[in-house]
Design a protein around this ligand. Sequence first.
Ligand SMILES: O=C(CCC1CCCC1)NO
Ligand SMILES: [Zn+2]
Length: 367
Amino acid sequence: RRTGYVWHERYAWHDTGTAVGVAPSGGFNQPHQAFESPESKSRMAGLVEVSGLIDALVRVPAVEASDTDLLRVHTPEHVERIRELSADRGGDAGDGYTPFGRGSFEIAKLAAGGTMAAVAAVMRGEVDNAYALVRPPGHHARREMGMGYCLFSNVCVAIEYARAELGVRRVAIVDYDVHHGNGAQQIYWDDPDVLAISIHQDRLFPQDTGSLDEIGGPGAEGRNINIPLPAGSGNGAYLAAIDRVAVPAIRAFAPDLVIVSSGFDPSAVDPLGCMTVTSGGFKAMAERILGIAEEACGGRVVFSHEGGYSPVHVPFCGLAVLEALSGRETGVEDPFGASFDASPAHPLQPWQDEIVAQAEAIAERLG
Ligand SMILES: O=C(CCC1CCCC1)NO
Ligand SMILES: [Zn+2]
């Protein structure tokens, strides 16, 4: 398959400053870095190149989103605030957990524009599917503010661009980042033409959204599906959520396009998530999502990079997903012993099945 690939070196130059994870340095907090640093993403780009897979991908140039593009989703106040702070010394995008530096406004527009370019390439048939390895991430950004290292909603800005310029109407979002996709949930709460599905660790972040009973606003009931899995969930639980909830829901919804918020922080070695997904698990999820996209909308699927913080594991997870999208094997072995086998690592447990079954029932009833 022809797989589009977006990466721009400037994504690595988005400055999230010195910090102690999520806290500012100073006092007893020895200066280090924010959790959302360039490393895991730059190293994924490096492995895509060194593995040789890059030669099988179609490079899609990232273009900066315009103010018009941003304003289809975000409030003028939010856009202006980021622009002004970014022209000076940076600041925080809204929730206190979203630091950014001078010039981050342009890089965040390049990230949203990277996802837009990937969507355009797929919708124009230039490629079959695409992976936008963008930074900063976007899936926590709300209309009126940034959140959780996200300045603008890359995925939602790309959806509104596709609706305005590319004849797209109905879009399904699958968010497998370990944190709840609260941004798309808020932005599309009342929109029956966007199906937003989030599989995440129950109440990890944000701590007050992502529960099963958040199913969408009036007229859009059932178009928001949360699958809040317990900590420790692995390939078995994630694949059950995909197979029993996401796939049937997308089948019933019949989108024009599928977009994936691709975060690798469910990895078993991720410093922020507490899940046990392997690179083979991410590969299997990508294969299943590709399968339902082929059935529902000609295989049109775009992955937009979100979280994932292990500098040593994210590269192998990302490569595995790109192998699934392109249909090419690189032969690169994940040193974390994660080649996916028939009996999924960390099989589904009864307490995980209980959550999947509830989401399954909600999706069936409202599908
Ligand atoms: O990967 C992320 C970032 C989550 C962090 C933001 C503040 C604490 C947890 N979101 O998907
Ligand atoms: Zn995350």
